[in-house]
Design a protein around this ligand. Sequence first.
Ligand code: UDX
Length: 459
Amino acid sequence: MAAITFAEDVAGARPGEGDGAVPRLTVIGTGYLGATHAICMAVLGFDVLGVDVDPGKIERLAGGEVPFFEPGLPELLAKALDSGRLRFTTSFEEAAEFGDVHFICVGTPQQRGSDAADMTYVDSAVTELARHLRRRALVVGKSTVPVGTAARLTELVRNTAPAGSEVELAWNPEFLREGYAVDDTLRPDRLVFGTASAWAEEQLRAAFAPVIARDTPVVVTDLTTAELVKVAANSFLATKISYINAMAEVCEATGGDVTGLAEALAYDDRIGGRFLKPGLGFGGGCLPKDIRAFAHRAEELGVGQAVAFLREVDGINKRRRARTVDLVREMAGGDLTGVRVTALGAAFKPNSDDIRDAPALDVASTLHQLGAHVTVVDPAATENARRSHPELSYGTDALSAATGADVVVLLTEWTEFRQIDPEAMGAVVASRRIVDGRHALDPVQWRTAGWEYRALGRP
Ligand code: UDX
């Protein structure tokens, strides 16, 4: 164990206070989850070593640059580096020597051609680390994985590490949302510790002491349950979104208004309004692939029927994208050939530059395939979008991109798009026609300004 270090600058954050044992932490995988975790833990006062196989990423982080868009994180990275408590390396040997608690934060993307999660990165990170573990240590999985992974990795670690059964495995799922990653890490709703021994629980309690000191609820459970909590939570959230979007489909067929319906449901405390926003549906690097991997894993285990509804949740979500394309086509008079469309948004949600499984880009690219000339604008995700969809045109701001447009379609509800003045945009477009894919605009205001306004699930 390392000497005690205190984060004087973070109120209430004093790792090791009371018991004196402050574990040194490594964070393996410095993507979204790992970089945020490493930086926040260093800010909380721990000595942290971030590890990645990508030397470019390590160089950027060590130089004070966060390689993705996350409000507040660059400032915390600077603070952590200045404190001397955060370092980065590509060496697993160095990590194994340094750390008492090792967090595995690598990605588990969807496999190509299958719904299953790709476990290559987790397996190789754990194997590489374990090979060098010569003393008692705790390996903690944070990645979202198919249930049963922790049991398999326990064996792998035991058989690979020179320290053998001195090395234990635990599971600590992460629930952070992009755009709120710092807050979700420093002030999580709850901590979940999946452990196989009292010693492992003790290590985790020490590694999260400053967070626990803020009255964060801790659920201590077994490895399997801890793995399941994460996929169960994401499945629930995805189901809630698809539920209201299914109601939008019914509204479309009956002339109802899904926004009024959602508002009325939200007043029932048992239902609540969060994740009940109808529109273009969910995307990103988590919800879509997590529900698919969960359904796939359940089928492998012979309990596919129990979560078969997740296939429908996915189906409803995909139909929202198709319906948005239909609305644009209807507005264009039934044929998109040569129609100039301005797409407001590319990121899977506002305050993010992430375009993984982004509904916005999916819609923009389908419109392009159907013959439209699509110009995409996004305050943060343009570079990422351009790399994956070079066939689309990109604008710098909403007004200039909308100049001459036949139809405008709002796909990601960035604040700057919500605040567009319908008169100002009306002055530059060829036709005042807008599809609001996120219920982000006031229909009365836009219609008053002479716009033909359409939104999913609204008359
Ligand atoms: C999600 C989970 O929220 C988080 O707990 C988990 O750790 C990772 O996955 P994130 O992917 O950052 O986080 O996005 P989130 O804010 O959950 O939004 C997911 C998608 O759902 C976005 O595309 C968003 O636009 C959409 N959404 C969200 C809706 O369509 N309606 C809603 O009411 C809420």
